[in-house]
Design a protein around this ligand. Sequence first.
Ligand code: IMP
Ligand code: MG
Length: 180
Amino acid sequence: MKIKDLEFKKFIPADKIGARVAELATQINLDYKGKSPILLPILNGSFMFASDLMKHLSIPCQISFVKISSYAGTSSTGQIKTLIGHEESLFNQDVLIVEDIIDSGLTIEKIMEDLRGRGTKSVEVVSLLRKSAAREKKIEVKYVGFELKDEFVMGYGLDYDEIGRNHKDLYQQVLAPKAN
Ligand code: IMP
Ligand code: MG
């Protein structure tokens, strides 16, 4: 499949994603027994994963979609990223961040830092995918669906240049053979 300038091939089929999402939910149901967490999916990429995951949760839980806004700072420090969207107080709440993919880990680090200042009871992360860079940096992610190397993926909510989120399977970029 071609999207703009890149070629993609099927990587993880929908049924395999579904089975793994159900497993993650089972683990979360066990770990959060007696608790009532609030899910915080990071838009846009995690909307499909969050929806499927939540269908398998049997514990009482809330959901509040958030977004990272990047804008140029007033100082020379450049890009400032803030978490926007959650009106609910997160004070004394068990927060479960829902991510599509963790690559460098910078986004999730920024979010964790933001949430720590809000008096949460606990903060954990569930990510459908994790690339090797974040694994090497030892970013704390309690639940991971699939471990990747550093391949670029799209589908199941994830985009390439905002296209491709609608596909129910996950696709992986086909790298052109190196010219020599
Ligand atoms: P990080 O801050 O480097 O961990 O980047 C995480 C964010 O980059 C994710 O939430 C995605 O929005 C995006 N991203 C990273 N890798 C991919 C990919 O392979 N496909 C689509 N989006 C990606
Ligand atoms: Mg994202």
